[in-house]
Design a protein around this ligand. Structure first.
Ligand code: PLP
Length: 448
């Protein structure tokens, strides 16, 4: 009864993100009631393995008491402190210092946001402040990568390269440009790593030429692994090569680690996979493991000093009421304790098991590609493995695959392109991973 009335209330009042509103009204909401470890239980009492950690964010898993206690303690003691007027709170200051310590290189300065989209938005402003402060205001063009996702704020949506986020908003804006994705499975230059890297470098240089040369380009945005574009893993060396190219051309390199940060690909940050130090890094999701909202921009000392000198005694005009929220910061500290206390190690082990298990599905007639790194993976479904023919949307719409997996006790992300995405909590047990694999095979068999 409770579930039914919730379904009606939801249909009447709650607008869902990135949903067909009419489609959602027809389907009705699935209400999640509780979570424990890597599992969630719905309002009808069914327990499922959450193979997607909510929205690739509950890295620490559900029901972690130390996180709950940290939030409660901070709420009792000081539920809010503004960062305006040079005020602050202990958890926020300690968290900034801890992130600076954990982050690669000289990413020593931290600006807190409420999530990933406003972290990306903040970088756009910081990049512009930086270029203006060093007397290069004409460096105002931004380049990102096709299939990339950088949030859905009005500015960030233009850096995002997924059409659903553009329609009707006049984005991308005229200073936002794209180069093709490094997509290994469907790259026109083939699957060879050095050919893909060379192609991306050429495409980047060509785009720079089109917009008026490197003197016009402010920054280049990349995800270490493209998430919402379908879990596209660049070939080894791609990130390092593009980072070096940006350094050579005096273009800021912004790594968007909103999904890949905090153990998702193995190390604390995916930039470490290629020994890269970006100029700016965005994080969110795993920072608080989804328990409360928080994101951050990590800024290199070089960028920070230029902006600070440029502004002098004037305010750098960018701020949010909830920047550096003390409860979110206390939660993030407890989450980091868990990551450093063994969860990252477990995630690395379970990530190997996940990828091995998914690779074991490659013999299935529908599976064209298996890819991933750590606890971030995907399989791409095709009707013809040789021709790599995508699954026709009409034959197996993503929603149907999602529902079948759900009925089999598994939460995954089914992209409209026929890609199934996996990003389970790092606390998964071997049994959880095995259940993910077995329930995926069952779902695929039902999709044939
Ligand atoms: N950047 C990346 C790489 C993301 O994957 C996302 C969200 O999935 C965002 C930015 C936006 O984050 P949020 O949804 O917290 O605004």
């Amino acid at each position: 009864m409770l579930a039914n009335s919730l379904v009606e209330l939801d249909r009447a009042h709650l607008i869902h993100p990135v949903a067909s509103w009419r489609g959602h009204e027809a389907a009705g909401v699935r209400v999640l009631a509780s979570g424990k470890g890597a599992t969630v239980t719905d309002a009808t009492g069914r327990t499922l393995v959450d193979g997607f950690a909510g929205l690739w964010c509950v890295n620490a898993g559900y029901g972690q008491e130390t996180i709950v206690e940290a939030a409660a303690r901070q709420m009792r003691q000081l539920p809010y402190a503004t960062g305006y007027f040079s005020l602050g709170s202990e958890p926020a200051i300690r968290l900034a210092a801890r992130l600076a310590e954990l982050a690669p290189g000289d990413l020593d300065h931290v600006y807190f946001t409420l999530g990933g989209s406003d972290a990306v938005d903040s970088t756009v402003r910081f990049v512009r402040f930086y270029q203006q402060a060093r007397g290069k205001p004409e460096k105002d063009q931004f380049i990102s990568v096709a299939q990339g996702y950088h949030g859905s704020s009005t500015v960030g949506a233009g850096l995002t390269a997924l059409p659903a986020f553009h329609a009707g908003f006049g984005v991308p804006l005229d200073w936002q440009h794209k180069i093709p994705s490094h997509d290994v499975y469907r790259n026109p230059v083939g699957q060879d790593a050095s050919a893909i890297i060379a192609a991306s470098r050429d495409q980047f240089l060509a785009k720079i030429g089109e917009v008026g040369g490197a003197d016009r380009v402010a920054a280049f945005y990349v995800e270490p692994i493209q998430g919402s574009g379908g879990v596209l893993v660049p070939p080894a060396g791609w990130m390092a090569s593009m980072r070096q190219l940006c350094a050579d051309l005096d273009i800021l390199f912004v790594a968007d680690e909103v999904i890949t940060g905090f153990g998702r690909t193995g190390p604390m940050f995916a930039c470490a996979d290629e020994g890269i130090v970006p100029d700016l890094m965005t994080v969110a999701k795993g920072l608080t493991s989804g328990y409360v909202p928080m994101g951050a921009v990590l800024m290199s000392d070089r960028v920070y000093q230029v902006i600070a000198d440029g502004a002098g005694r004037a305010a750098v005009g960018h701020g949010y009421t909830y920047s550096a929220h003390p409860v979110s910061a206390a939660v993030a500290m407890a989450v980091l304790d868990l990551y450093e206390g063994g969860l990252l190690d477990n995630g690395r082990l379970m990530g190997e098991r996940l990828l091995t298990g998914l690779r074991g599905l490659a013999d299935h007639p529908l599976v064209g590609d298996v890819r991933g790194r750590g606890m971030l993976a995907a399989i791409e479904l095709v009707t013809d493995k040789i021709a790599r023919t995508p699954l026709p949307a009409a034959a197996a719409p993503a929603q149907r695959i999602f529902e079948r997996a759900w009925d089999n006790g598994l939460v995954i992300r089914a992209f409209p392109t026929g890609v199934l995405g996996y990003a389970p909590p790092l606390c998964c047990t071997a049994d959880d991973i095995d259940a993910i694999i077995e329930r995926t095979r069952k779902t695929l068999d039902q999709t044939l």
